[in-house]
Design a binder for this molecule. Structure first.
Ligand SMILES: [Zn+2]
Ligand SMILES: [Zn+2]
Length: 313
């Protein structure tokens, strides 16, 4: 049951084989038509693997949104930016561990050179901003920008009282920074104590509510976010929800462990009939797939699956 996505990805790749390369790359980043998950993945595993969990979606034909950028994936991200239709490039950074942000500076440069006048915009939570700026500065990205003009924008999502605002990288509220219509917000979470912050993201894409945990050792902020969002008077109960969650089989202080979180996942699937859960950032595909199949082999089998990497070349 857990392997339905593999079949779907296989068909998808066969179909795009004969297309011109650029079209093929763009096509590979689109959501699968067979009701597959909206996000496509460059990699789906943890930082110790060769398949770092970084994702992508196209909210419209002119816009590409990456979630995190590892050096392992940055050149495949670069290939997608080459698509001439792309006018806006965003990268949402969940936190600054290497498997999520080691490619961030390189991605800014690639965007700057490939799309003159359309600089990369990093979208970060206020808690992650200083970690990211420190990292980019150490890589010489900011210093270089004083010679050649800014090579990236940074939108910092800050909660002031009851209003969310965007600041630029200097901490100034910048009226030019408009909230993209696919962006709902950040979801601060706990991951490891040595980071200033780690966040998940919420998006609205193709009428779906997308919740992306990033690396997290707790599910609570995401459950609260979903409860709050779906509890609003204007929320449509038919809206499909996709919850992408960092889950491993082994015990960990930095990530969710499947054995400890499975009861909560079952509760969520029962409470929200439109929800689909996609597990990512795992350490071992087969072991996790086995556990998922064993636990959710019955009524929820089609609504919980493991993220699958997409072949973009
Ligand atoms: Zn990670
Ligand atoms: Zn991490």
């Amino acid at each position: 049951m857990i392997n339905t996505n593999i079949k779907m990805v296989g068909l998808f790749e066969k179909e795009v084989e004969t297309m011109p390369r650029i079209t093929r790359l763009a096509k590979a980043a689109e959501p699968a038509r067979t009701n597959g998950p909206t996000l496509r993945f460059f990699g789906t595993m943890n930082g110790e693997s060769e398949s770092h969990t970084n994702a992508v979606f196209f909210p419209d034909p002119n816009t590409i949104v990456f979630i995190d950028s590892s050096m392992l994936n940055v050149y495949r991200q670069r290939s997608l930016i080459k698509n001439s239709l792309i006018k806006s490039v965003y990268c949402c950074i969940t936190h600054t561990h290497d498997d999520h942000a080691s490619g961030a500076g390189r991605l800014a440069w690639c965007t700057h050179h490939l799309q003159p006048g359309h600089e990369l915009t990093f979208l970060v939570d206020a808690t992650v901003k200083n970690d990211l700026i420190g990292k980019l500065t150490r890589e010489g990205v900011i210093e270089k920008s004083t010679d050649e003009g800014p090579i990236y924008n940074l939108m910092e999502y800050v909660h002031y009282g009851k209003a969310w605002v965007f600041n630029d990288r200097y901490g100034n509220c910048n009226p030019r920074l408009l909230k993209p219509d696919w962006f709902i917000g950040t979801i601060p979470t706990d991951h490891t104590p040595r980071l200033n912050g780690a966040t998940g993201f919420a998006f609205k894409v193709d009428g779906k509510l997308i919740i992306y945990s990033g690396d997290t050792n707790t599910i609570a902020p995401f459950v609260r976010f979903i409860e709050r969002t779906t509890g609003q008077a204007n929320y449509d109960a038919e809206t499909p929800i996709e919850l992408y969650l960092d889950v491993e089989v082994r015990e960990s202080t930095s990530h969710l462990q499947f054995a400890k979180v499975k009861a909560e996942l079952a509760k969520l699937l029962a409470k929200y009939p439109t929800m689909r859960i996609i597990l990512m950032h795992y350490e071992h595909y087969t072991k996790l797939a086995y556990e998922v199949d064993k636990t959710f082999g019955g009524q929820f089998a089609k609504r919980i699956s493991l993220a699958e990497p997409t072949s973009f070349c």
